[in-house]
Write a protein that binds this ligand. Structure first.
Ligand code: ATP
Ligand code: MG
Length: 599
């Protein structure tokens, strides 16, 4: 059963008061009873002594003479004290009595004291009123004293005095009533005070209990302090705890929300598994990487699906992780994208493993860059080796005697010169790209007339156009100026490459259309050819370094596949755009745009 402190205190107080009242009441009653009894006993003794003095007899004869005398005293004493006084003979028969309870000469019924006096010839007082008299009759206090024959030493008579002790009883009863009343009043007062006292303790405790519950529910309200005692100190400690807890909870929740934001917004996928390998957290990137439907709830079901052969138990036991280099992780490929998986177990405050965190880092770009770098190096070495091999074989043939045939020797030397030119161009292009990559390309920016550079370039390429029997159509509005901020040498380089591509990749007698437009936002150059065109998949790769649709064809034209890469970089350095559309067999259109210069 739930009993409150309040009731416990009240009960203890009441019990205490009850015990005190019972003990002190018993003692008081005992004392009162004793006092009254002693008083009554003394009265009886005094009365008997008085009778004895009055009797003043020493012999049998004197006794008879004194009886009358004594009768008067007797009635006076009886009137005074209301005790029963009897004078008995030596055998206990009544000689004279203050009451008519017994007849003269009747043997007074054997009270305890009379036989004792007859027997011992000494005064006897009943030690204790016979409250518990078995016959239920009135309780008495008795005293009897012998009157001795001075000569013979025999018992002459007995003075027997008795008193009703019911007065004592009544007094004791009254005292008991008073004490009971006092006890009840004392208990009522005690109950009231203890209830007030208990309330003083329980009210703050109840308040503390309520606030503790609120605290557990997340409300950090403070409790007013009314005292400096232990309860006050407890309340103070509680308030301190609430403040600290609120601060800590605030810090934890801000830390948590920070962490959640980080997890939500980070580019890497993060998953957490508990000790049993069950997924307990996955940030949104995980769904993007693995696909919403493919995220299973168990570690051992997720990763094998993507061909990653790792066991959760072994990772937790540290065995597997030792085989995975900390900074490398495990590579996972999903739909042509590459992810590096890192595994890190986390532990609780006791240092026991609690689970595993898996971080999925998208390394597709690095992977592609790496691939590109490898391809680039392979391409460069290949492009350098090819002319060198040609030069070397031609040199050997010359040395082996071909040098003597002048015609062949000149032809060989021409080829060697061409190859050397190709190498020079290649190295020049590579240097250019490397300068662009390292941001070392310095543009000599000036306000230039784009149209005149286009026309110069067309003039320079005219010979090649004519050589291949192409028709050139050139359109520009002579009334407009096409002034832009640019490095004229670089712009020339851009135009040269685009035009030479149009010439190179058109079958003879095609049409090359060059158009210049201008609006307030852009100066646009369009170079259109009716050449071989570029297939869609190749078009997507046209700006890649060393990319050529038809390697042999391009090579035969002296191309390296770096031209358009450099063009794109240079156009972008000028804040311009380049766009190519093409249809196989129909032709290609290259559109370049630059911002016009406004002074
Ligand atoms: P380089 O320009 O370095 O001498 P290249 O012309 O081969 O060599 P790019 O200018 O980068 O290299 O062009 C890359 C490839 O794109 C070419 O090899 C060719 O296959 C294709 N290409 C470029 N322009 C055209 C075009 N106008 N018509 C058809 N194919 C083209
Ligand atoms: Mg080119």
């Amino acid at each position: 059963m739930k009993t409150s402190i309040q009731w416990k205190i009240v009960t203890i107080y009441l019990s205490l008061v009850l015990v005190i009242m019972v003990v002190s009441g018993t003692l008081i009653i005992y004392d009162i009873e004793n006092t009254y009894y002693e008083k009554l006993k003394n009265e009886l003794v005094d009365a008997a002594e008085m009778i004895e003095t009055r009797l003043a007899v020493e012999t049998d004869e004197q006794l008879e003479e004194s009886i009358d005398e004594v009768e008067k005293t007797l009635s006076m004493l009886v009137a005074l004290n209301k005790h029963d006084i009897y004078i008995l003979d030596a055998t206990g028969h009544l000689l004279l009595g203050s009451t008519s309870k017994y007849a003269i000469g009747q043997l007074v019924p054997s009270k305890q004291v009379i036989p004792k006096v007859i027997d011992k010839k000494q005064a006897v007082t009943l030690d204790w009123p016979n409250f518990a008299s078995q016959d239920g009759g009135p309780e008495y206090v008795e005293h009897a004293r012998p009157i001795m024959d001075k000569n013979t030493g025999d018992l002459l008579a007995i003075i027997y005095v008795m008193a009703d002790a019911s007065d004592i009883y009544n007094n004791v009863f009254n005292a008991m009533k008073t004490i009971s009343l006092a006890s009840m009043v004392a208990m009522a007062i005690a109950a009231l005070f203890s209830a007030i006292f208990a309330r003083m303790i329980t009210v703050p405790i109840k308040q503390l209990t309520k606030s503790s519950k609120q605290l557990a529910e997340g409300s950090f309200s403070r409790i007013p302090i009314y005292s400096t005692d232990e309860i006050g100190q407890l309340t103070q400690s509680f308030n301190y705890m609430a403040t600290e807890l609120s601060r800590t909870m605030g810090a934890i929740s801000s830390e948590k929300s920070k962490l959640e934001k980080i997890l939500q917004n980070m580019a890497d996928g993060v998953m957490a598994f508990n000790r049993q390998g069950v997924l307990i957290h996955a940030n949104p990137v995980c769904s993007e990487i693995l696909g919403e439907n493919r995220i299973d709830h168990r570690f051992d079901f997720i990763f094998p699906k993507f061909g990653v052969d790792v066991s959760f138990d072994q990772l937790m036991k540290n065995e597997e992780r030792e085989n995975i280099k900390a900074d490398e992780g495990i590579m996972m490929e999903i739909e042509e994208r590459y992810y590096n998986l890192h595994f890190a177990p986390y532990s609780n405050s006791l240092g026991e493993s609690e689970g595993l965190v898996v971080v999925m880092q998208d390394v597709t770009n690095q992977q592609k860059l790496d691939q590109m770098r490898k391809e680039f190096v392979a391409n460069v070495s290949h492009e350098l080796r090819t002319p060198l091999t040609t030069v070397k074989s031609y040199t050997e043939t010359l040395l082996d005697g071909a040098i003597d045939d002048r015609e062949i020797a000149v032809q060989f030397l021409r080829v060697m010169e061409k190859e050397a030119d190709r190498m020079t161009n290649l190295v020049k292009d590579l240097l250019e790209l490397s300068r662009i990559d390292n941001k070392q390309m310095q543009l000599d920016l000036r306000a230039i007339d784009f149209r005149s550079i286009v026309e110069d370039t067309l003039e320079a390429q005219k010979i090649h156009i004519e050589k291949k029997g192409h028709r050139l159509i050139y359109e520009a509005n002579p009334e407009l100026d096409y002034i832009m901020m640019g490095d004229s040498a670089r712009i020339r380089q851009i135009l040269h490459n685009i035009l030479s591509n149009a010439i190179k990749y058109s079958i003879d007698t095609g049409t090359i259309t060059v158009k210049l437009y201008k609006n307030k936002d852009w100066i646009t150059l369009q170079v259109q050819d009716t050449g071989i065109g570029i297939a869609k998949p190749d078009l997507a790769r046209i700006f890649e370094r060393f990319f050529r649709v038809d390697k042999a064809r391009s090579r035969s034209q002296g191309g390296t596949g770096l031209g358009l890469s450099i063009v794109k970089e240079m156009v972008e350095l000028h804040d311009g755009t380049i766009h190519i559309t093409s249809k196989v067999g129909k032709g290609t259109t290259v559109t370049v745009q630059f911002k016009p210069y406004t002074s």
